[in-house]
Design a binder for this molecule. Sequence first.
Ligand SMILES: [Zn+2]
Length: 290
Amino acid sequence: MRHPFSVTSQRGCVHSMDSEATRQRIWSAAVLLVLVQLFAGCATISQINFISTQEEVALGRQFAEQVETEMKMYDDPVVQAYVDSLGQLLAAHSDRTNIEYHIKVVDTDEVNAFALPGGYLYVNRGLISTAETESELAAVMGHEIGHIVGKHSARQLSGQIGLSSIIAIALGDSSSMVEQLVAGIVTTGALMKYSRDMESEADVFGADETYRAGIDPGGMAAFFGKLLELEGGRTPSGLEKFFSTHPPTRERIDKSNAYIAQLPFKAGLRKDSKRFQQIKKRLPPLGSGK
Ligand SMILES: [Zn+2]
């Protein structure tokens, strides 16, 4: 099928029988073309992350301060140090090592983890208790670090609220918007709803990080697969937020497994560690209200 604009322009170039009408048609077509290009341009720009690393880190810091006002951090320094060291190991093997990573444990039974722009990562106590092996916890943390590596939340935010609002937040000039967005984390479990492409990219980044760090990258499929099996395909309780932001579809698990399968064989990839099991024992049982 020919493009309608090209038909009009060709007619305008060749014939001069009704030149006024033709000129008008060409003019309308040109205006339309400019508008189409403008809108297409907007759509493309919204996908591009156009803030600097410094701005992204400042943006993340504003959100982090609000998160730590609204959510209770888990204050056992041994658990905190372990989760931080696991996250730092993964981040050091990521494709984004030029920023500092700030990793904290949130004191809640809810099974979830979430990332903020610029290197801020939060891991819920409930996730540590629910993961059976260190590689399962590492897979979820690696995936969230993958969102930071891909600058996904900054990219989504720039599309949703625009550059000027982002800069205002980074400068500390928009506390009401920060409060509103962080309230969304409490409700949905994530700062932003990422696109499917972003989720797939974070899966790949996460698999790369765990593999390079010497940890079995199959932890995510194991985590999801086992939980779904236990619950007969239903979303296990406490996991609603993580499952709603990260649907463990067959397609996603297959894609992730296919990616992992083509990674070169590496001896000694660890599935678990003694330290992880010791850390789990320090945590209160889920549902104990602590
Ligand atoms: Zn994700």
